[in-house]
Design a protein around this ligand. Structure first.
Ligand code: ADP
Length: 310
């Protein structure tokens, strides 16, 4: 079983408007509210691609209950840790071809809650073979909290695939025990290294040879329409994907992470791991709804992906 962790989930509210009028009333008709946050996108994609999945993380208040109800209604198993604070809302206003976002920071986690989740987590991971950690850490948790979670997984021989950025990522990489895989995009990679990274084989290769990545088995750099550049131990791969008609690429990185985790959990070959991840990323980009993939289009995309050792 794969357990997906979302420490700062949200209710993602979408307000489509013809025009956004500032400093006056805007009335919205077609409101959609979904259980959001990167980890829940991963969860939904894993569920659709047939994985045995359990969603966990922190939820609180009525909005936390809403997230759990939404997952249950989709037939997704979950086992969250309850906190006092209220789970956040994130609002996307879609107007004139643009997307204006209002993102709440979310609840602040107390020390007792931080400890409580770790013991909840420690018990829960017995059932897992693989874990995914996605997204930011909520306020109140120390920047090295993912590192503590990785250490607990290591003690029980559970593998971790990590997708976060900024200080949470920097601190997770400082630990002695490393995640199995990280998936920065090019901007996140540049932020991690403190330098610009060009989209060339030479520059990407040099970037991934940084000592920062020592001990991490897989580093997968997602490059949007340009596919992926990846390092598995000392082997470098350039993955080229076919051009596709993109509807909404938001969450494609999460869909890709789901695919990478699933294929690694099934102990697939490097080629299959990279293809499965890219296909799920592309399938997500072809849908309007974030974290949705139409598996009927799977094979045709899978067969068009080209992988080269570089
Ligand atoms: P992130 O969302 O983390 O920034 P990317 O945008 O790189 O991640 O997307 C992850 C993967 O999803 C890509 O490597 C690719 O397989 C697929 N993908 C994303 N955007 C596109 C696109 N415009 N065209 C084709 N595939 C895409």
């Amino acid at each position: 079983m794969i357990i997906s962790i979302t420490m700062n989930p949200s209710i993602d509210i979408s307000y489509p408007l013809e025009t956004l009028h500032l400093d006056t009333v805007n009335r919205v008709i077609n409101v959609t509210k979904t259980a959001g946050g990167k980890g829940l996108n991963v969860t939904r994609v894993l569920h659709q691609s047939g994985a045995d999945i359990l969603a966990s993380g922190l939820v609180g208040g009525h909005f936390g209950a809403f997230i759990q109800e939404k997952l249950s209604s989709e037939g997704i198993c979950h086992h969250f840790f309850m906190i006092e604070g209220e789970t956040r809302n994130c609002i996307a206003i879609l107007h004139q071809g643009k997307q204006t976002e209002i993102l709440e920071q979310g609840p602040s986690i107390t020390n007792d809650e931080a400890k409580g989740f770790l013991s909840h987590f420690d018990q829960m991971i017995e059932q897992a073979s693989m874990l995914t950690f996605s997204g930011s850490l909520p306020a109140g948790l120390p920047d090295d909290y993912y590192k503590d979670m990785i250490d607990l997984c290591h003690k029980k021989h559970k593998l971790v695939v990590l997708d976060c950025s900024g200080r949470a990522l920097q601190n997770a990489l400082k630990g002695q025990i490393k995640p199995l895989l990280i998936k920065p995009n090019r901007e996140e990679l540049a932020a991690l290294l403190g330098r610009n990274v060009k989209n060339t084989i030479t520059d990407l290769k040099e970037a991934l040879m940084s000592p920062l990545f020592d001990g991490i088995e897989w580093v997968v750099v997602s490059l949007g329409a340009d596919g992926v550049f990846a390092k598995h131990y000392d082997t470098f791969y350039q993955v080229k994907i076919p051009p596709i008609e993109v509807v909404n690429p938001v969450g494609s990185g999460d869909a890709m992470l789901a695919g990478l985790a699933q294929a690694l959990d099934y102990k697939q070959s490097d080629e299959k791991v990279l293809k499965h991840g890219n296909v799920l990323g592309m399938l997500n980009a072809q849908e309007k709804v974030t974290g949705q993939v139409n598996m009927q289009n799977y094979r045709v995309l899978f067969d068009q992906i080209q992988i080269k050792k570089v």
